[in-house]
Design a protein around this ligand. Structure first.
Ligand SMILES: [Zn+2]
Length: 100
């Protein structure tokens, strides 16, 4: 019995460790622009909070919505590369699937 709970604890710890390691930490910069609107990706108004350049239609916008209790206040939005996130092309995902 004692051995089983130790093993369970070990698994729980391993899971927590994985969650901690996969959690993304985004550091807002004072210069990041906050937007009250939320245009579609590819809209000329869809500007990156960090670099100020448009986020094109074929790019992924990383959006951090700000608000409380369901009330939308605004958002920060970023090019993935502007916050150090790598995105995968469809081909990469196919490769990943075939390895599994
Ligand atoms: Zn950017």
């Amino acid at each position: 019995m004692e051995k089983t709970s130790a093993r369970m604890q070990e698994l729980v710890n391993a899971k927590l460790q994985m969650e901690v390691e996969t959690r993304m930490i985004l550091k807002f910069l004072p210069s990041d622009k906050f937007f009250r609107d939320s245009p579609f990706t590819g809209d000329p108004e869809c500007i990156c909070s960090r670099c100020g350049k448009p986020i094109e239609e074929d790019e992924l916008a990383i959006r951090i919505f700000v608000g409380k209790e369901g009330e939308y206040v605004g958002e920060y939005r970023y090019h993935p590369s502007c916050i150090g996130v790598k995105t995968f092309e469809d081909d990469d995902i196919d490769d990943f699937d075939s390895e599994a």
